[in-house]
Design a protein around this ligand. Structure first.
Ligand SMILES: *Cc1c(COP(=O)(O)O)cnc(C)c1O
Length: 232
């Protein structure tokens, strides 16, 4: 069941790439496995998934020793500063850097471990009160501050678009963030790579790809409904 769904989502990713003149290899499909049991993750792994997304540090810590070592774990949920120590060195990419304070904490821990931790800045494009992330107009200043941290490697931007019935309603949000992403690429900030644009979930990943996403985070579409609609 998981394998079929995974392949179906892969095919939809490829079709969206085709429609928008992009290469399939330019878009990474992240299987968002939060709340799902390890045996379902194994099914996805056997179907070819190597990128998994979790929103709780605790869940990454529980799952990763039970699964193959070549899995790339993406931290996609709000990260509290007191959990940073546990996730640095385990997550391949932290998508959810939503404050300079958090980036400083990641810096401290990464320096201790003598590594550079790849991160994305989370942007609250739609200015939803219920969501974390920088507002667009704060992002450039935050980026400048975070770029000065030698053990934090900014790779790009992430957003969680509003929950909508019709994915088309989010097209402008994705377009706006993509435009900002391109603007930041042109700024060529030292110690910043602007290569990753993480946007699009089960309900809207095709529109996100059409508007320039390089990573999409799909949970329900691969693993089925979760028990409750958790907050971000
Ligand atoms: C849960 C989650 C997703 C996946 O959501 P689906 O609608 O189930 O695809 C994507 N991104 C983040 C940050 C999430 O927390």
């Amino acid at each position: 069941m998981v394998a079929e769904r995974y392949h179906e989502i892969q095919a939809r990713v490829a079709a969206a790439c085709g429609r928008s003149g992009r290469k399939t290899s330019d878009v990474t499909l992240i299987a968002v496995s939060k709340t799902k049991p390890v045996d379902m993750l194994k099914e996805a792994y056997d179907a070819g998934a190597r990128d998994f997304g979790e929103n709780k540090v605790q869940e990454i810590l529980e799952k990763y020793p039970q699964l193959p070592a070549d899995i790339r774990w993406h931290m996609i949920g709000h990260l509290q500063t007191n959990k940073v120590r546990q996730v640095v060195g385990k997550a391949c990419l932290i998508h959810s850097v939503d404050s300079v304070k958090l980036a400083r904490e990641i810096e401290k821990e990464s320096a201790k471990q003598n590594i550079v931790t790849p991160v994305l800045l989370e942007i609250n494009v739609a200015r939803e009160e219920s969501k974390f992330g920088f507002f667009l107009e704060e992002t450039q200043d935050a980026l400048t501050e975070i770029a000065a941290l030698p053990h934090v490697g900014v790779q790009g931007l992430m957003t969680i678009a509003p929950f909508v019935e019709d994915a088309e309603e989010n097209r402008q949000i994705f377009r706006k963030l993509h435009q900002f992403f391109i603007d930041m690429q042109h700024k060529n900030v030292d110690n910043v790579n602007m290569n990753v644009l993480s946007m699009g979930m089960t309900g809207d990943f095709e529109v996100a790809i059409e508007e320039g996403a390089t990573m999409v985070r799909v949970g329900t579409g691969i693993f089925g409904e979760r028990q409750k609609r958790e907050s971000f």
